[in-house]
Every structure is written in structure tokens, then in C-alpha cells.
Design a protein around this ligand. Structure first.
Ligand code: 13P
Ligand code: SF4
Length: 311
């Protein structure tokens, strides 16, 4: 009877028995984060995936993250609780469309955000995440024009920060575009000492008023090191779990979303497709498994490795 299974205890037991490592993103459910061997942002998770000596990588995150782990470890088994856990950014940029786009802009270096499919990475010169995007763009010679895909908000922000010549792909994250400026400003009016901090996938008008812009790991580090005691946090609400653990005495307010959003704050429906029960059956049956075609894996590894070396 599924109801009588102690999922937490069983997952811990199976993990040991199978020499599996659980890597979880900050947007996962708290119970999943607490079970993970490592919780991090996309970049941290890539490093962990690259260095693990486990036989099985259980990826509690979305598909592109598990795929990146597979590209880094083609001989390891990489499993994901729900293969349908996608990402609106990865979906916005198909390999076919990117190939056409590249033809329109000859001589451009292609930098793609890690939120893309293996096929798109295989067409890229460099990968980046939100925590190293600036560094990656800065590593490209100044006279070299750049195609940046697929997040237009992160792209525009990096363009502003670096002053570089960049052609932006027109993609966006549905979660980070759901924030309501009016509601955020109203919350700020009630909490004038709270600092607004935001993930760079947020829209330009929000990034403009944010005191700090950074990756999930960057945002957590900021609330830890900044002396302020209240923050309005504009990113997926799952981050509040780890953030609050780090700063138990500070006030953390999730940035409110627009009226028609499915939840009052912003939640990534893809990230939340992974449940404790699915995580358990995933480790138990070692399914569903993430596969990447060998030729694509070899080509996709190049921009990922370049990224890891630069950052
Ligand atoms: P981070 O790399 O900042 O964790 O971002 C991942 C992501 O999907 C943001 O929406
Ligand atoms: Fe993709 Fe946005 Fe979800 Fe991150 S929060 S996985 S960018 S849809």
C-alpha cells in the first residue's frame, strides 16, 4: 500500500544501496531539498554533476538540468522523477530555429543559457548560467559580436552591464515574467526597509528597481551577507526554504505575482512536477532515465566544459 511507505526513509535507504546521489535545485519542494546530497543553482549543480563518483545521478530539477548532468557523465545513469518537467525558456528555442537564426547573423559567437536542450547546446560556442553570464560574455573578444539565447531579459541585463554588441533571442521564463510591479511596489511601501532583490530572468523594469540582481545562489548569499533584515525576493518561491534556513531571523517576503497567476507568489509548475512519491519510484525503478544521442552529447559537452573552465 503506497500510503504506508515512509518515502523519506526509503529514499535514504535506496540512495545508499545504489550509490546514488540526489542533486536538487532551490526551486524543489522543501522535503526534496532536505533529502538531497546537494542543493544549488544551475552552475553549482553542473559542477557537482561533473565531479560526482556516484553510479546514479538522481536529478531533482527540470529536464535541461538532468540533460546537462548526462552530457557531463555519458556513462552514468541519470534519472529525473518526471521527464515532463520542462522549462519555458528551453521550449522557446528549438535547434532548428537556432540554426536558421545563426545563418542570419554570420560571424557571431553563440552563447546559450544552460536552460536549453542538448541539441541547442550542440549548436553553441559557449554556455552560461545566470551566475556566470557576465563573466562568460566578458571572456569573448571585444570586437566579436554575440548571439545570446534564449532569455531576452537576462540577455538585455547582461548587454546593459557589459555594453556588448549582442543579438537577443526572444525567449522568457513564464515564472519570472509573472511578477506584478504594482503589487511589489505596494509591498515595498508597507515595508520600506525591505530590499528588493531579483533573478535576472525578471523583466527590465523590475531589475531596474532591484538593489541586487543574481542567480538563486547569488540571492541567498546576498541576504546572508547584507546587513538589512527584510527582503522582497523576486524569484521562484521555492528558494525561500533554503534562504530562511540561512537567515532564520530575517524577514523574507516573496514578490507577488499578477492577478491571473496560478499562485499568489511565483511557482514554477515544471519544477513542482517532481514530488516525493515520484522521487521514490524514480530511485526504486531507476526510471525514467535521461538519454542523449552520442553525437549530440559530444558536441554539447564542448560549450559546457568551456563554461566550467571560465567560471
Ligand atoms: P539559477 O541558475 O539561478 O538557479 O536559475 C535556474 C532557473 O531555472 C531560474 O529560473
Ligand atoms: Fe524554466 Fe523559469 Fe521554471 Fe526556471 S523557473 S525552470 S527558467 S520555467
Amino acid at each position: 500500500d503506497a500510503k504506508n511507505i515512509d518515502y523519506v526513509a526509503e529514499i535514504k535507504r535506496l540512495k545508499k544501496e545504489k550509490n546514488a546521489v540526489i542533486l536538487a535545485h532551490y526551486y524543489q519542494e522543501p522535503v526534496i531539498q532536505d533529502l538531497a546530497d546537494y542543493v544549488g543553482d544551475s552552475l553549482g549543480l553542473s559542477y557537482k554533476a561533473a565531479e560526482t563518483d556516484a553510479d546514479i545521478i538522481v536529478f531533482a530539477g527540470v529536464h535541461f538540468m538532468a540533460e546537462t548532468a548526462k552530457i557531463l557523465n555519458p556513462s552514468k545513469k541519470v534519472i529525473l522523477p518526471d521527464l515532463n518537467a520542462g522549462c519555458s525558456l528551453a521550449d522557446s528555442c528549438s535547434a532548428e530555429d537556432l540554426a536558421t537564426f545563426k545563418k542570419k547573423y554570420p560571424g557571431h559567437i553563440v552563447i546559450t543559457y544552460v536552460n536549453t536542450s542538448a541539441e541547442v547546446k550542440a549548436l553553441s560556442d559557449l554556455c552560461c548560467t545566470s551566475s556566470n553570464a557576465k563573466k562568460i560574455v566578458d571572456s569573448v573578444p571585444l570586437d566579436q559580436p554575440i548571439i545570446f539565447a534564449p532569455d531576452k531579459n537576462l540577455g538585455a541585463w547582461i548587454q546593459k552591464e557589459t555594453g556588448r554588441d549582442m543579438v537577443l533571442w526572444d525567449g522568457a521564463c513564464i515564472v519570472h515574467e509573472a511578477f506584478s510591479m504594482d503589487k511589489i511596489l505596494a509591498v515595498h511601501k508597507e515595508n520600506p526597509n525591505a530590499k528588493i532583490i531579483a533573478h535576472p530572468e525578471s523583466e527590465a523594469h523590475l531589475l531596474k528597481i532591484a538593489e541586487y540582481v543574481g542567480s538563486t545562489a547569488g540571492l541567498i548569499n546576498y541576504v546572508k551577507t547584507n546587513p538589512a533584515n527584510a527582503f522582497i525576493v523576486a524569484t521562484e518561491a521555492g528558494i525561500l526554504h533554503e534562504m530562511q534556513k540561512e537567515v532564520p531571523n530575517k524577514i523574507l517576503i516573496p514578490a507577488p505575482a499578477k492577478e491571473n497567476n496560478t499562485c499568489a507568489c511565483s511557482e514554477c509548475a515544471y519544477m513542482k512536477m517532481n514530488t516525493l512519491e515520484k522521487l521514490y519510484t524514480c530511485i526504486k525503478h531507476e526510471l525514467p532515465e535521461v538519454h542523449v544521442d552520442e553525437a549530440i552529447q559530444k558536441r554539447a559537452l564542448v560549450p559546457i566544459q568551456r563554461m566550467l573552465e571560465i567560471s
